[in-house]
Design a binder for this molecule. Structure first.
Ligand SMILES: Cc1cc2nc3c(=O)[nH]c(=O)nc-3n(C[C@H](O)[C@H](O)[C@H](O)COP(=O)(O)O)c2cc1C
Length: 285
């Protein structure tokens, strides 16, 4: 609702408060730190899967794509390529191939690819062998593509857009590669749906620092921390029945915590055909 003229603007949330919201408890981190637009955008972000019809202006998309290319790149190898889809029919075909119907309504779909083809061509142009055509080279290219996606997403969110990464493009590697006409050596790592959000982002609760951050060396975090996270998260963001994983195997749980859902998901192998696909598409994993 718009603010009345004589009402003061709400005080910007402190960094500490934003961090507390992210963790779901008073973590006492970032105390006294002044907020800035980048921290505010990142700490308050959430994935967006519902978009207004409004088109993304071309200069904004160009800036988002330049931001993607501004991310760091392993050894400056620049191993990422991005396919930009705006044609509605093609967006619908990608959504259908990935079995992700919500994608069809995203005004822009980007597909971030790990591109080893350009490296192969570069070596060939200079008459040198492409000896780094291996698993490490593929991993480096995937890391470049993932970092580029994240830079694009942060730039988009900071500019009022919403977005969501899409690993579902890898659910249909063959059809997606065919739709995008990806040649051998170009791997569709992740999609990114972008558009103006239909609703404000919600902040998903993350694991506590005690579970993720390690001072000086790694220690397994106490089970109690993980159980407490499950309880906090279930109280604030219970997983709705429709979002429970693998109900065909395990049925619906009366209380499906985050860790139960993770365990259910990881109990089944996904994309077992990945290595075979890579070999067939000119990679040497
Ligand atoms: C690498 C990656 C792949 C993802 N793939 C999908 C996807 O295929 N479909 C989807 O709906 N969300 C996808 N997401 C979004 C995650 O579900 C989301 O980031 C996660 O639930 C945390 O929520 P938040 O981003 O709102 O904090 C992906 C996120 C990442 C980082």
């Amino acid at each position: 609702m718009p603010r009345a003229k004589n009402q003061p603007a709400p005080a910007p949330e402190s960094v500490e408060a934003m961090i507390d919201r992210r963790y779901g408890f008073a973590a006492g981190r970032g105390r006294g730190l002044a907020a800035n637009p980048v921290l505010t955008a990142i700490l308050g972000r959430g994935s967006c899967r519902q978009f207004r019809r409004q088109a993304v202006p071309a200069p904004l998309l160009e800036a988002v794509l330049a931001a993607a290319q501004s991310s760091g790149s392993k050894s400056d190898l620049q191993a990422c390529s991005v396919v930009v889809l705006r044609d509605r029919a093609r967006c619908r075909r990608l959504a259908a191939a990935c079995a992700s119907p919500w994608l069809a309504a995203a005004p822009v779909l980007l597909v971030f690819c790990a591109d080893m083809r350009r490296h192969r061509r570069t070596c060939a142009r200079h008459g040198l062998p492409f000896a780094q055509d291996n698993l490490d080279g593929w991993l480096n290219a995937c890391v470049d593509a993932a970092l580029a996606l994240q830079a694009a997403l942060i730039a988009a969110e900071g500019s009022g857009l919403g977005g969501c990464p899409v690993s579902a493009v890898r659910n249909a590697l063959g059809p997606v590669s065919a739709l995008l006409r990806l040649p051998p050596g170009v791997f569709p790592l992740l999609g990114l749906a972008l558009g103006y959000p239909a609703a404000p982002a919600s902040v998903a609760m993350r694991l506590p620092p005690a579970a993720v951050l390690h001072e000086e060396f790694y220690r397994d975090c106490p089970e109690a921390e993980l159980r407490a996270y499950d309880a906090r998260r279930h109280a604030r963001e219970p997983i709705p029945p429709a979002k429970q994983k693998r109900t065909e195997l395990y049925g619906r749980a009366s209380k499906c915590t985050w860790s139960l859902n993770v365990a259910r998901q990881l109990s089944v192998t996904e994309r077992a055909d990945l290595t075979a696909f890579l070999r067939a598409r000119g990679f040497n994993p």
